[in-house]
Design a protein around this ligand. Structure first.
Ligand code: T46
Length: 137
C-alpha cells in the first residue's frame, strides 16, 4: 500500500510559523469542505468506515494522533504529529483514527460536501467493493 504524506511548506519568521494550503497547488483536489475534531475523549477510536468517492487530507494541526488505513489487503498505521504534514486518503480506504493526545486538533480537507450515502460503514461490504474494483481493473 502506498502512503501519500504531504510535507507542506512552513513559512517561519521571528513571529512564528504559518502554513498556507491552496487547492490544486498544495492539495490535489478542489476543497469543498473543511471540518475538524477536538476534545477527543481518551481511548476513543473514530472512523470505522470507508468512502465510495471522497478524497481527503488529514492534518493534525495541534497535538498528535494515529491513523490506521486498510485497503482490504493491507493495513498501515500512520502517525500524524506535525502541523505541516498531511495524510492523503483516497476513496475505497477503510480508516480509523485513534491515540489522540488530549490537545489534538485533527483538521480534514475534503473533496466533497457531506453526504451520508458516500459512507461504507460495514466492513464486509467494504471488502466486497474492493474485490469488485480489483476484478474490473
Ligand atoms: C472521515 C473521518 C476522517 C457532519 O454533519 N458533517 C460533516 O462534514 C462530518 C464529517 C460529520 N458530520 C456529523 C455526522 C455525525 O453526526 O458529525 C458527526 C460525527 O461524524 P462521524 O461519526 O462521521 O465522524 P468520524 O470521526 O468517525 O469520521 C469523520 C468523517 O465523517 C469521515 O468522512 O473520513 O472523519
Amino acid at each position: 500500500m502506498q502512503i501519500v504524506k504531504y510535507m507542506f511548506q512552513p513559512h517561519g519568521d521571528e513571529r512564528g510559523m504559518l502554513v498556507a494550503l491552496e487547492e490544486f497547488n498544495d492539495i490535489p483536489f478542489r476543497i469543498k469542505r473543511v471540518y475538524y475534531m477536538y476534545d477527543t475523549v481518551e481511548g476513543v477510536v473514530r472512523g470505522h468506515h470507508a468512502h465510495k468517492a471522497l478524497e481527503q487530507i488529514l492534518i493534525c494541526i495541534h497535538g498528535s494522533c494515529k491513523v490506521r488505513l486498510d485497503n482490504g489487503r493491507e493495513k498501515k498505521v500512520i502517525p500524524l504529529e506535525k502541523p505541516y504534514e498531511g495524510l492523503y486518503i483516497s476513496h475505497a480506504m477503510w480508516r480509523e483514527m485513534y491515540d489522540f493526545s488530549p490537545d489534538a486538533v485533527l483538521m480534514v480537507l475534503a473533496s466533497e460536501v457531506y453526504d451520508e450515502s458516500d459512507y461504507i460503514r460495514d466492513y464486509d461490504e467494504f471488502l466486497r467493493m474492493v474485490r469488485v474494483g480489483e476484478a474490473q481493473a
